[in-house]
Design a protein around this ligand. Structure first.
Ligand code: MN
Length: 301
C-alpha cells in the first residue's frame, strides 16, 4: 500500500515545473509521524495532498494563484531522529524566506510547525502565530514528549511568539487554566458558532507579521474526516476561508503550514479538500496583498 513512486509537485499537472527562483510559493512536504495519539497515517498526508493537487482547477473562484509559481521540494522523510528532522526542516524554511519566497509546509503531524518556529526565531522575525485547530496544543509535555503534536502551541510560547488560537474546542483542564492565566488570544469554535467571525479578527496589538499554522481538524469532521483526532463542532469550509482572509487582512504572512491529514485508504475527498485548502490559502493571501516581496532586511515587528 505504500506508494514509493516520487511525488508530483503541487499542481504540476497544470503548472509544470519552474525554477525555484521563479516561484513565490515553496512547498515543503514533511512525512512526520512520531507522536500520533489516536488515529494514525499522518506520514502519508503530504504525498496524498500532492497527488490530490493534480486534480485542482488552477482558477480558485477569483483568480489563478498558481501564476505566482509553485515549487515543491523533495519529500522530507520524518522517520529518523525528530530533532534532526526539525533541524532540516527549519534550515529549509530559513533558506526559503531568505530567497524572499513563501514556505508552505505540508504535514505530517503538527510538530512540523515547531521547525517553522525555530526558523522564524533564527531569522529574528517576531511573527505572531495564528493557530487554526480543534485543540489548544498547550500541554508542556504529552506522552513523555515536549515535541508531541499536543504541545506545539506551548513551544511557540516558549520561543517567545505571540499566539492567537482559532476554532479550539478540545483542551485539558490544565490547558484551560494556563490559557486564561497567560491571556492567550482566542476565538473558540463555540464563539464562532454563536456570534460568527468578528471583523477585524485579530486584536490590533497582535504582530503585523504572521505565520499561519492550520491543523485540518479545525474543520468540522463532516468536511474533514481524515484526521487523527477529530472533534465535532468545527468550522465550515467557507468559515475557514473567511477566517484566513480576515486574519491576513492588512498584515503580512511570512509562511504557513497545513498539517495532520491522515488519509483514509479508498476515500479521496479529504485529500482533495486538504489540497484545495492549501491552494485557496495561497490565493487568499496573494489577493490580500499579504505576501511578498519581502523587504531586504527581513525585519518585522
Ligand atoms: Mn488538532
Amino acid at each position: 500500500m505504500e506508494n514509493h513512486s516520487p511525488n508530483p509537485w503541487f499542481l504540476e499537472s497544470e503548472l509544470g515545473r519552474r525554477a525555484p527562483q521563479d516561484c513565490l510559493f515553496h512547498v515543503i512536504p514533511v512525512a512526520l509521524e512520531q507522536s500520533v495519539s489516536y488515529g494514525t497515517g499522518t506520514a502519508r498526508g503530504p504525498g496524498a495532498i500532492l497527488r490530490a493537487s493534480q486534480q485542482l482547477e488552477t482558477y480558485d473562484g477569483y483568480g489563478v494563484p498558481g501564476e505566482q509559481g509553485i515549487f515543491t521540494q523533495a519529500l522530507l522523510d520524518g522517520r529518523g531522529s525528530l530533532d534532526e528532522t526539525l533541524h532540516t526542516l527549519s534550515a529549509a524554511v530559513v533558506r526559503t524566506i531568505q530567497l524572499r519566497k513563501v514556505p508552505v509546509i505540508l504535514g505530517g503531524e503538527h510538530t512540523v510547525a515547531v521547525g517553522a518556529f525555530h526558523a522564524l526565531r533564527e531569522l529574528g522575525l517576531r511573527a505572531g502565530i495564528v493557530q487554526f485547530d480543534a485543540h489548544a496544543d498547550l500541554r508542556d509535555r504529552y506522552a513523555d514528549s515536549p515535541l508531541s503534536h499536543a504541545c506545539i502551541a506551548r513551544r511557540a510560547l516558549d520561543l517567545g511568539f505571540p499566539l492567537f488560537q482559532i476554532g479550539v474546542r478540545s483542551l485539558s483542564p490544565e490547558e484551560a487554566v494556563f490559557r486564561e492565566a497567560r491571556g492567550i488570544g482566542r476565538l473558540d469554535a463555540a464563539a464562532i458558532a454563536a456570534q460568527g467571525l468578528p471583523d477585524p479578527l485579530l486584536p490590533a496589538d497582535f504582530p503585523e507579521t504572521l505565520y499561519l499554522s492550520i491543523d485540518l481538524d479545525v474543520l468540522d469532521p463532516a468536511a474533514m474526516p481524515a484526521t487523527g483526532t477529530p472533534e465535532p463542532g468545527g468550522l465550515g469550509w467557507y468559515q475557514l476561508m473567511e477566517a484566513i482572509a480576515r486574519a491576513a487582512a492588512g498584515r503580512r504572512v511570512i509562511g504557513f503550514d497545513v498539517v495532520e491529514l491522515a488519509p483514509i485508504p479508498g476515500f479521496h475527498a479529504p485529500d482533495f479538500t486538504a489540497a484545495r485548502l492549501v491552494y485557496n490559502t495561497m490565493g487568499i493571501l496573494w489577493r490580500a496583498g499579504s505576501l511578498g516581496p519581502f523587504d531586504g532586511k527581513l525585519r518585522a515587528r
